[in-house]
Design a protein around this ligand. Structure first.
Ligand code: ZN
Length: 374
């Protein structure tokens, strides 16, 4: 009888323990989710007075505290440009010493910081610009490298947030790279803690840039080897040869194989008809049939339309279309000199996207794929 009682006790006890364990498990999972959500809101970038006083100029991301409210100072495009006067890049030597200072100051420093300050003079200039919000000082005491200009991202900078809306994810995509600007784009993405997608073609002597895209956590994807419409769209066979060539090259320099692609000109391009009539109809079937996933875009920054389109125009193009979609896929280009303004406008674009309640992510094989099916 006792034994039976004990047995019954055990049978009751075990499910009870399991239930409690299950509840604890659920609780910690949801707690982790809340933490993740909170950290998703942490693009406020601030620097403490002490860091500023000793001239280290570190960038620190801190969790958004409820008491601080969810709204920060509204940043307009004009604000962004005033906060980020373009200056000559620091010389290599200064840049290196500033890196040392930065990493000594805090392990949270991002690579963007190294560009931010390298001398006390520059620091003072930046501080002045921030506190008085007057005309940006572009005076630099650095030995200038005239052709190489970089955006100077401020140390103390608050951006406007609303809590991310459910299922609203924006995809920043950069076509035709890598280029001389890739590193700078990567620095800006790091600064905002954003991952993006690069649809690359073959460029000579840029192996380190393909590798940097991958090493810094972004998606590298295929955009054909030559991007030469005449070659790419000559035939179905030619198209797949182009894909294989760029895929093999990417693999050789990064160790990554990808099946994510973007057609030069998009799947709706009509130029390809000149080289092979109706080839897009064929490719839109055979590409998925061979296990590739193609992505068009639904928000065009317009940077392909002109050489160095005005930043205000680029931003306006994104603002005009972003909110039409839960999953906006934003087309930009990483092609060097003619797209300098794309780099300049990127911070404003990212901040606008954040201000509209979107998170940003890189494309994966499972991501929603925008297709131009018209
Ligand atoms: Zn392209």
């Amino acid at each position: 009888m006792d034994e039976k009682k004990q047995e019954a006790g055990v049978y009751l006890y075990i499910p009870m323990v399991l239930t409690v364990a299950f509840l604890i498990g659920c609780f910690s999972v949801s707690l982790a989710a809340v933490r993740r959500n909170v950290s998703g809101l942490t693009a406020d970038v601030s620097v403490s007075q002490s860091d500023r006083a000793d001239g280290r100029g570190t960038v620190r991301r801190s969790a958004l505290k409820e008491s601080e409210g969810l709204r920060y100072r509204m940043v307009s495009a004009a604000d962004v440009y005033e906060l980020r006067p373009r200056q000559a890049a620091p010389s290599e030597k200064d840049s290196a010493s500033s890196t040392e200072n930065a990493s000594a100051a805090t392990t949270n420093a991002t690579s963007a910081t190294t560009n931010a300050t390298s001398t006390t003079e520059e620091k003072n200039t930046a501080t002045e610009a921030e506190t008085t919000a007057t005309e940006p000082e572009t005076v630099s005491t650095q030995p200038a490298e005239p052709e190489k200009e970089v955006l100077v991202l401020p140390n103390d900078h608050y951006i406007n947030f609303i809590p991310p809306k459910e299922d609203h994810v924006a995809y920043l995509t950069f076509d035709d790279g890598p280029s001389e600007y890739t590193e700078e784009i990567l620095d800006i993405l790091d600064y905002y803690d954003v991952k993006a997608t690069f649809f690359v073609i073959y460029h000579k002597d840029m192996a380190d840039k393909y590798k940097a895209i991958v090493d810094r956590g972004h998606t590298i994807a295929l955009h054909t080897y030559t991007h030469n419409y005449k070659k790419v769209y000559r035939s179905e066979k030619a198209f797949f040869n182009e894909l294989t060539s760029i895929s093999d090259y990417i693999y050789s320099v990064t160790g990554v194989r990808t099946k994510i692609i973007r057609f030069p000109g998009g799947s709706s391009n009509t130029v390809s008809n000149y080289y092979c009539r109706d080839i897009m109809k064929t490719l839109k079937k055979s590409v998925p049939a061979r296990g590739y996933v193609y992505h068009d875009w639904n928000v065009d920054s317009g940077d392909a339309a002109a050489t160095n389109l005005a930043p205000e125009k680029l931003l306006a193009n994104v603002q005009a279309r972003l909110n039409k979609y839960r999953k906006p896929d934003i087309l930009m280009h990483d092609t060097g000199a003619s797209k300098r303004t794309t780099v300049d406008t990127l911070p404003a674009i990212i901040e606008y996207i954040y201000s509209q309640g979107y998170t940003m992510d890189k494309l994966t094989l499972d991501s929603y794929a925008v297709h131009h099916d018209w």
